[in-house]
Design a protein around this ligand. Structure first.
Ligand SMILES: [Zn+2]
Ligand SMILES: [Zn+2]
Length: 545
C-alpha cells in the first residue's frame, strides 16, 4: 500500500480522500472509523485534533458511498493516577485515597455526576457536538462487562511466549504484564501484579499481589477474572478493540507512530497473534499547539477547548485544521492568529463559489475539499457577505462595541455594499460576538485599543509639528471612495514624497488617536473613525506644541 502522506503531497489530494480511498480499496464499502479518549481530565486539544480528524475521514467515506460507523471509545477504566491541579485546593483531599482506582469508581469531586469519569464525559461530548463530531459512544467499562475482551485475555495468556517475543522485538523491552486487575481488598487497579493463572472451561483464574510499592495494600488474592474490574494493557486493549469492533481506520497523534510505538505493536498483534491478512489503516496526524503548548487536560492550564467556539465559528476552526496536511504540526497563536484564520476561511468560500470551476487547479481543489469537509450546515446556494474578522475587530473598538453602530459604520463606508439578508445579519451578529469575546479575553495588546477624546500631549510631543501637518494634509487629500489598505498605501506614498519615513507617519497617527506608538492598520483605523474626526484630532494635537 502506498504511503498516504506521500500521495497527499504528490497528487494534491486532500488527506481525507486519500485515506478513505485506501480504506475502501482494502475493506470495501463497510467501514468503521474509530477514535478513543480517556476521561481522566478535561477534554484537551490533542483529543480534539484526533476526533475532528476522524470526523473528516468519516464524512469523506460517506461521500464516497461507503456505509460507515463512527465510534468513540471512552476509556472510563483508566486508573486514576494523580489528583489534577485544578482540584487540589478545594476538593483534592478526598481524592487521594482513590489513586490507582478505575476512574469510573472515583467519586466526582464536585458531586454533580456519578463518577469522576462522568464529570468529564459530559463536558467533552458537548464540545464534540459543537464541532459536529457525533460518534457512537462506547464505554470501555461496558465493553469489558459484556465480555467482549474475554477471548482476547485467554488468547494472549495462551500465546504469551509469542506476545513476549513480539513486543520485545518491536519495543525493545519485554512486556511483563498483560492486564490490570483490580484488587478485591482495596480497590486499586494499578497496583496488583498477576503472579499466576489457570484456564478452566473458558474461565480464567488469577493470583494477584497488590504491590505496596505501587501504592497497593500488599495483600494477595485469588479470583476469577471478571469478579473485579480488569482491563488489558493499553497496546493489547487497543488491538483487541479494533478487532472485535471491526475498525478499518483509526487516527492517532504522531507520537503513537514512532518506531516501536503503539501503532507498530497493534499492527503486529493483528498480523501475528490474530493472524489477519488485512490490517486496519492506522494513520497518524500532526499536533496542534497553542503558542507552542500542547494543552494537557489534567493540568488544566492554558485555553480549554470549550473556548474555541466562543472565538471562532466551529466551521472556520475545522477549515483551519482540514487545510493542513495530515501529518503537519501547526501552532495557533490565539492572541494574534484568529483574524487570519477567519480570513482564510472566507477566502476558501470565495474560491468555492468562483465561476472558473473547470479551471480550478489541483491546489484549489484541495482547498475546496477542506472547505466542504469543514461545513457543518449545508452550503448556501450562493455567496454570502461575511465581514472580515480583523476589520470588524477594529471597527467595533472604534464604535465602542456597539453592534448596531458598528453595522451602520460598515454600511456608511460601503464595506457592506447592499442590505444584508437575515442569514447574513445572523452571521454578522455571531462574528461580532466572537470578535468581541476574543478582543476582551485573548487578543494581543497591539490589536486592542481605545480612541482618545483628546490627544495626550505627552505622547504627541514624541513627534513633530512638521510630521503632523504633513499627515493631516495627506488625509485631507484622500481620494473619494478609497478604502482600507489602499488608504494605508496612499499615506505611505505621501510620506515618501515628503521625505518622511512612513513608519514615523503611521506612528504619529497612533500617538494622536490612541496615545501609543502602534495600532491596527492605519487605513482601517482612519476609515473606521472617519476622515473628518481624524483631522479634527490632528488639529487639537498641534496645540500641544
Ligand atoms: Zn460533575
Ligand atoms: Zn489491594
Amino acid at each position: 500500500m502506498n504511503n498516504p502522506y506521500e500521495i497527499e503531497e504528490r497528487e494534491y489530494k486532500h488527506w481525507a480522500t486519500v485515506v478513505s480511498e485506501q480504506a475502501i480499496q482494502l475493506f470495501g464499502n463497510n467501514q468503521v472509523v474509530a477514535t478513543g479518549w480517556a476521561p481522566s481530565g478535561y477534554y484537551h486539544i490533542g483529543n480534539f485534533k484526533e476526533a475532528v480528524t476522524c470526523r473528516a475521514i468519516y464524512n469523506e467515506l460517506k461521500n464516497l458511498g461507503a456505509k460507515t460507523r463512527f465510534i468513540l471509545n471512552i476509556d472510563d477504566v483508566d486508573p486514576f493516577d494523580k489528583v489534577p491541579s485544578f482540584f487540589k485546593k478545594d476538593y483534592g483531599k478526598g481524592l487521594h485515597k482513590y489513586i490507582g482506582f478505575p476512574i469510573n469508581q472515583v467519586p466526582d469531586p464536585l458531586g454533580c455526576h456519578n463518577s469522576y469519569a462522568e464529570h468529564f464525559i459530559a463536558n467533552a461530548l458537548s464540545i464534540m457536538e459543537s464541532f459536529d463530531v457525533t460518534p457512537e459512544n462506547l464505554s470501555t467499562a461496558e465493553l469489558y462487562k459484556k465480555g467482549e475482551y474475554d477471548k482476547y485475555a485467554k488468547l494472549f495468556l495462551e500465546k504469551r511466549e509469542q506476545v513476549y517475543q513480539l513486543t520485545e522485538q518491536i519495543t525493545g523491552s519485554r512486556m511483563e504484564e498483560f492486564m490490570l486487575i483490580q484488587c478485591p481488598k482495596c480497590g486499586n487497579l494499578a497496583a496488583p501484579k498477576m503472579t499466576g493463572f489457570s484456564i478452566e472451561d473458558e474461565k480464567i483464574f488469577v493470583d494477584i499481589e497488590c504491590r505496596k510499592e505501587k501504592k497497593g495494600c500488599g495483600e494477595k488474592s485469588s479470583i476469577q477474572l471478571g469478579e473485579t474490574t480488569w482491563k488489558l494493557k493499553w497496546r493489547l486493549d487497543w488491538a483487541s478493540r479494533q478487532d472485535f469492533l471491526g475498525v478499518t481506520v483509526e487516527s492517532s497523534g504522531k507520537d503513537h507512530g514512532v518506531a516501536g510505538g503503539s501503532i507498530d505493536t497493534s499492527l503486529a498483534i493483528h498480523k501475528d497473534i490474530f493472524q489477519k491478512e488485512k490490517l486496519p489503516l492506522l494513520i497518524q496526524h500532526g499536533f496542534l499547539t497553542f503558542g507552542g503548548k500542547k494543552l494537557s487536560g489534567s493540568s488544566g492550564s492554558g485555553m480549554p477547548v470549550t473556548e474555541f467556539p466562543k472565538i471562532l465559528d466551529p466551521t472556520v476552526f475545522l477549515y483551519k485544521i482540514y487545510r493542513q496536511n495530515l501529518r503537519t504540526d501547526f501552532d495557533f497563536n490565539v492572541s494574534i492568529d484568529v483574524p487570519k484564520v477567519a480570513a482564510e476561511f472566507d477566502q476558501a468560500e470565495k474560491l468555492y463559489f468562483s465561476k472558473e470551476t473547470i479551471e480550478k487547479d489541483k491546489a484549489s481543489k484541495k482547498i475546496i475539499k477542506a472547505y466542504e469537509l469543514a461545513l457543518i450546515d449545508k452550503p448556501t446556494s450562493k455567496p454570502v457577505i461575511r465581514i472580515d474578522y480583523g476589520h470588524l475587530s477594529t471597527i467595533m473598538q472604534v464604535c465602542l462595541f456597539d453592534q448596531e453602530v458598528t453595522l451602520q459604520r460598515l454600511y456608511e463606508t460601503n464595506y457592506i455594499p447592499r442590505k444584508l439578508t437575515d442569514y447574513e445579519y445572523d452571521l454578522f451578529k455571531k462574528r461580532f460576538e466572537r470578535a468581541k469575546y476574543w478582543l476582551e479575553n485573548y487578543a494581543d495588546d497591539r490589536i486592542r485599543f481605545k480612541i482618545l477624546d483628546v490627544p495626550d500631549c505627552s505622547q504627541v510631543q514624541k513627534s513633530t509639528t512638521e510630521i503632523i501637518l504633513s499627515l493631516s494634509k495627506a488625509i485631507e487629500n484622500l481620494p473619494e471612495d478609497i478604502h482600507g489598505d489602499d488608504i494605508t498605501q496612499f499615506l505611505y506614498e505621501k510620506a515618501k514624497a515628503n521625505e518622511i519615513k512612513p513608519k514615523d507617519f503611521f506612528k504619529v497617527l497612533y500617538l494622536i488617536i490612541l496615545g501609543k506608538t502602534f495600532g491596527p492598520r492605519a487605513g482601517t483605523l482612519i476609515e473606521a473613525i472617519g476622515k473628518e474626526r481624524v483631522i479634527a484630532m490632528m488639529k487639537k494635537a498641534l496645540s500641544c506644541f
